[in-house]
Design a binder for this molecule. Structure first.
Ligand code: HEC
Length: 272
């Protein structure tokens, strides 16, 4: 009996010590969070580093490059050759010349190949590297839609097919963790590691998120495009990594942009 009492006392000491350290850790985390948020606000006031990417992207758009020595100025992003303003707000969309629904990233690659004669492997090489040409070009294109409402077309049968596939992918659980996108993105007011986790089922949340991409990620010192964001979420789910420009990633974008329909773009955003 005595032993049991002592054991209980020890146990309760351990438990309360544990509780104290949990409380301390939580307070530390909150302090840290508040600090980080202050830092971002400061950065926003000083200007978003993504603006440098926008400038680099614009220069790349206008520069004669590749074996054909041409610029990208004749690239059709969906609103006609050379029209950049408003194009990002309506991507992904179907393109008759490639017969595919394309996002900004994959469309830019098609233009580099067709207009500049660049080999597809060269056009996508190192796309995930901070400061890559594709990152800069996407940032430039996206900022030319600032203030415009997201409105992806879904009337072409291919667009409608990808919209349905995107929804399917969002909700379907699979992989070693049996996760779907909805596992993490279907509750309101959720946060992981300081970052709001949008509930993409909710159009207001979807709009608030989708209008901020591409975004400068402070923790990575790089602009992330939507492809990059989605490929990283897929990686966290331990699904096989999709190829750049893959139909699955484009389908998810069609679905997400459709959920965020009407949101006025604020690209480039700034994130943890
Ligand atoms: C294991 C949880 C988890 C799963 C599953 C998951 N995500 Fe995420 N997602 C996150 C986290 C965490 C962030 C915030 C990014 C960060 O700072 O790390 C995020 C961010 C995002 C964002 C950007 C939100 C914003 O505006 O900041 C999008 C878009 C997104 N996820 C889409 C998806 C899609 C589509 C899927 C399914 C293919 C998916 N996610 C699966 C955890 C997840």
């Amino acid at each position: 009996m005595k032993v049991t009492t002592r054991a209980l006392a020890v146990l309760s000491l351990v438990v309360s010590a544990g509780a104290v350290s949990i409380v301390a850790a939580a307070t530390d985390a909150e302090d840290h969070a508040a600090d980080e948020i202050r830092k971002y606000r400061q950065m926003l006031e000083d200007g978003n580093p993504a603006e440098l990417m926008e400038m680099k992207g614009e220069a790349l758009w206008r520069e004669a490059r590749g074996p054909k020595g041409a610029s990208l100025e004749a690239c059709d992003l969906g609103l006609g050759p050379g029209v950049v303003a408003g194009a990002y707000a309506q991507l992904p969309r179907f393109f008759a010349d490639t017969g595919r629904v394309q996002d900004t990233e994959s469309r830019l690659v098609s233009c580099m190949v067709a207009l500049q004669g660049v080999a597809p492997a060269d056009a996508t090489r190192d796309w995930y590297r901070p400061g890559s040409d594709l990152e800069a070009l996407v940032t430039y294109v996206a900022t030319q839609s600032k203030g415009m409402p997201i409105r992806v077309p879904v009337s072409h049968p291919e667009e409608a097919r990808l919209l349905a596939a995107g929804g399917e992918l969002f909700y379907r659980r699979s992989g070693p963790l049996d996760f779907s996108c909805a596992t993490c993105h279907s509750q309101d007011q959720r946060r992981i590691r300081l970052q709001d986790l949008p509930n993409f089922q909710n159009p207001a949340d979807a709009r608030a998120s989708m209008v901020t991409w591409p975004a400068y990620r402070v923790s990575q010192s790089a602009v992330w495009t939507m492809e990059r964001r989605l490929i990283d979420c897929v990686r966290q789910m331990r699904w096989p990594e999709p190829a750049f420009g893959s139909e699955a990633i484009v389908a998810l974008q069609v679905w997400l942009q459709h959920q965020g329909d009407g949101g006025a773009l604020q690209s480039p955003g700034i994130k943890r």
